[in-house]
Design a protein around this ligand. Sequence first.
Ligand code: FMN
Length: 490
Amino acid sequence: MGDDVAAGEHGLAIRAFVPALKPEQLGDAAFRSAHGVRYAYIAGEMANGIASAEIVEAMGHAGMLGFFGAAGLSPAQVEAAIVRIQKNLGQRPYGFNLIHSPNEPALEAELVELYLRYGVKLVCASAYLDLTLPVVRYRTAGIHRGPGGEIVAPNQLIAKVSRVEVARKFLSPAPERFLKQLMTSGHLTAEQASLAGQIPLAEDLTAEADSGGHTDNRPAITLIPTMLALRDEVQAQYDYARAPRIGAAGGIATPASAAAAFAMGAAYVLTGSINQSCVEAGISPVVKEMLAQSGQADVIMAPAADMFEMGVKVQVLKHGTLFAMRGRRLYDIYREYGSLEAIPANVRQGLERDFFRTTLEDAWVKTRSYFETRDRAQIEKAERDPKHKMALVFRSYLGQTSRWAIAGEESRKIDYQVWCGPAMGAFNEWVKGSFLEPARARAVVPVALNIMYGAAVLARIATLRAQDGSGTQTCRVPPVELNQLHERMN
Ligand SMILES: Cc1cc2nc3c(=O)[nH]c(=O)nc-3n(C[C@H](O)[C@H](O)[C@H](O)COP(=O)(O)O)c2cc1C
């Protein structure tokens, strides 16, 4: 249109033109078709089944993806979830999490075998610092050429990553050393290994910015463009038949944050924290209330149970719980002393009274029995190495603090470990005064659709602004009930 305003109908000047934009047009069409979804929106995995079968099913029925939170669960529990979700969703989309477990490599391998056995076709690989054989095995199993000669990998991997060096590994083909190992073990033929060498390990990669749970606290506004540029570089290097896609996670909580991610070029958005406060989440109502009342600054970094010894941290809620402080105290004690026995009496007393509510000896007996069925190698290592024994006991406390939060264990409220990022507070601000304000009214589908609808509206407003130069229009799209939303979307 240029600088001159054109004459519109009735001779009125047209100051701006904004074409229609539907929520289902946001993001990458290739992402939507690859995963059979209507919207480029994912409800991300949340450990211990917090991202429950109910979440996965609700999302799948609404044409979106939900990932079951398999981390922290036993293979038997994950298997039960697979059976249930496959029965209830049939051909609709769903995914499962595969979390890197450097402390329990056997578990990672077992989970992959389970996913392969049940034909789980979409897995999100997360928390990886480096690639492992099981993740390569999952992606490459059953790879073949289709009727048109194209490479078909039946298993799709979405990698969730916050570091560029790890992202590069997932965007590249599987490393040769793993492919050779899989050939030696009889899992791949030479032909299959050669095909695997021509596709990216992950065709979708979620750039995980500052988020709840494991996070490097990177700002989305810097991380997303970096990952997109990396994708372009890797694509130029390998010239894949289909370029990998980059999605955005971390801080997505409102129409504005989703619109910004799509505007930067995200193929899809993924939410985490906000879904934990929804009715379908596998965590106690008391925690959902705590979450619904938190602000953006009510979060803090604390030691992670799974990678405690490595100093890895997770982002948790600090509003209404002492967990972060206690977790940090345990980490300091772990760093300072060589064994449980070396901990001075006064420090030990504090731990036994406030943290464990039992003697450290008894805490070890319980920890030991937990690992008896889960991973016996841990017990053997602990018996050889007293520092490892201390780590296991401390990790057992950290692990239980999540379970108390899930169960809503009243006597342990101040110990609750609740993974959460600033997205929660941003969401609470957005929904204030709307039907989504009370935790009991929050459900993952209306939340997701309001975000996507609002993001489409905001994208149109941005086009408008670019044409008429005005920066003062309101940018708030308040949430509305599902029936009203469907009317607006049609
Ligand atoms: C309670 C909770 C548990 C989580 N557990 C996992 C997990 O087991 N595996 C994983 O890959 N990501 C996990 N995440 C991260 C989410 O899948 C998602 O990537 C992240 O929450 C997105 O950022 P946001 O919290 O800012 O929305 C968890 C997040 C939360 C809030």
